[in-house]
Ligand binder design. Structure first.
Ligand SMILES: *Cc1c(COP(=O)(O)O)cnc(C)c1O
Length: 376
């Protein structure tokens, strides 16, 4: 598929303009409304998600904000599950209220609280991530879909970024829309920003129309890179699933590691649900080190194969200490209160040889958290 680098599309004559607006010819008009390279990427992504249609955006946040603005009006309400991407929470709790749209944050596993939070007729969106960041909690999409069925006008939206369509297809379990930050696994090479929303064509076209007004489109070159990335999505994600599971198992036996969070481990609270709902557990592993903030940073600084960076889902393995990277402006106490301890580490496993990754972690843990010297 070529990269269609153009902002506008020429018409043969005035008759073609009329035919275009009367729907007699299928063609592009102007770059904010569509682009052939972007359209091919949308069609492929829709197929991966088992959706009728998909719309792409310039980032995951552009997809989320446009979707919420398309589905919600002044005076309406949404329910967001609490363990969610920081900027989604910021949008919902500090930006949307400026437009008269209110929200409640509820624990995804507390069905009674979810039911209580839904105001009949007023609550229009139930938005949940699965798996979540950084603890990889998995929500039961089929159960949320049954909850949605009990409330007229309510739409269930799942941010499935961490799973990808390879590991989880929420539309098949009853979700109305699925969102991805395509910046992560779908692009897969840490070289583009993109976001998507997939679902029934009627619903997607409402969101696409708003995209044409607000303007958060994907540029054709990034769409081309996304198409390149999607060709190897299945291979990459399967390898990342396997390497992450191996590293999670190994870390959970390491004396310097206090706890490992990975849905593929039996110790994870959602292991049974994840085994039912997903076909792989993903490439992200979080863990607590036996050490304070300084010791945790020392370990990460000793890594050579992992790169210290935010983001996830690319071919290069990335690692971060969320207390420093995403929650820097808070105090230790504030972070502890929202469940982000200073010794928490999140890693995104890439495509390097898993033995190299394990060796890198082993060296860093030994150097950064030296075992207590044996008493004489
Ligand atoms: C990264 C991420 C986003 C935001 O995507 P961008 O492409 O960075 O805008 C949204 N949700 C989840 C779960 C993410 O990981």
């Amino acid at each position: 598929m070529p990269v269609a680098l153009t902002s506008t599309y020429g018409f043969e004559d005035s008759a073609e303009i009329r035919d275009h607006f009367e729907g007699k010819v299928e063609r592009e008009e102007y770059g904010r409304y569509g682009n052939p390279t972007v359209r091919v990427a949308e069609t492929k992504l829709a197929a991966l998600d088992s959706a009728e249609d998909a719309a792409l955006f310039g980032s995951g946040m552009a997809a989320i904000s446009t979707t919420l603005l398309a589905l919600l009006k002044q005076g309406q309400h949404l329910v967001l599950t609490a363990d969610c991407y920081r900027r989604t929470r910021q949008l919902v709790t500090t930006i949307l209220p400026n437009y008269g749209i209110t929200a409640d944050l509820v624990d995804a596993s507390d069905e009674a609280a979810l039911e209580r939070a839904i105001a009949p007729g007023k609550t229009r969106v139930l938005l949940s991530e699965s798996p979540t960041n950084p603890y990889l909690r998995v929500c039961d999409v089929a159960r949320l879909a049954r909850l949605r069925d009990r409330h007229r006008g309510l739409k269930l939206v799942i941010d499935s970024t961490f799973a990808t369509p390879v590991n989880q297809r929420p539309l098949e379990q009853g979700a109305d829309l699925v969102i991805h930050s395509a910046t992560k696994y779908l692009g897969g090479h840490n070289d583009l920003l993109a976001g998507s929303v997939s679902g029934a064509s009627g619903l997607v076209s409402v969101i696409r129309d708003l995209r044409g007004v607000l303007g958060p489109i994907l540029d054709p070159h990034s769409a081309y890179l996304l198409l390149r990335g999607m060709k190897t999505l299945d291979l990459r994600v399967r390898r990342q699933n396997a390497s992450a599971l191996e590293l999670a198992r190994w870390l959970s036996t390491h004396p310097s590691v206090e706890r490992v969070y990975y849905p593929g481990l039996e110790s994870h609270p959602d292991h049974a649900l994840a085994s039912r709902q997903m076909t792989g557990f993903g490439g992200v592993v979080s863990f607590l080190l036996r050490g304070d903030a300084g010791a945790t940073s020392r370990c990460l600084d000793l890594l050579r194969v992992f790169t210290i960076a935010p983001s996830l889902g690319g071919v290069e393995s990335l690692i971060e200490q969320p207390a420093l990277m995403s929650f820097y402006e808070m105090t230790s106490e504030q972070r502890a209160a929202i469940g982000i301890p200073d010794n928490l580490v999140r890693m995104s496993v890439g495509l390097e040889d898993v033995a190299d990754l394990r060796g890198d972690l082993e060296r860093a843990l030994e150097g950064g958290l030296p075992p207590a010297s044996p008493s004489p």
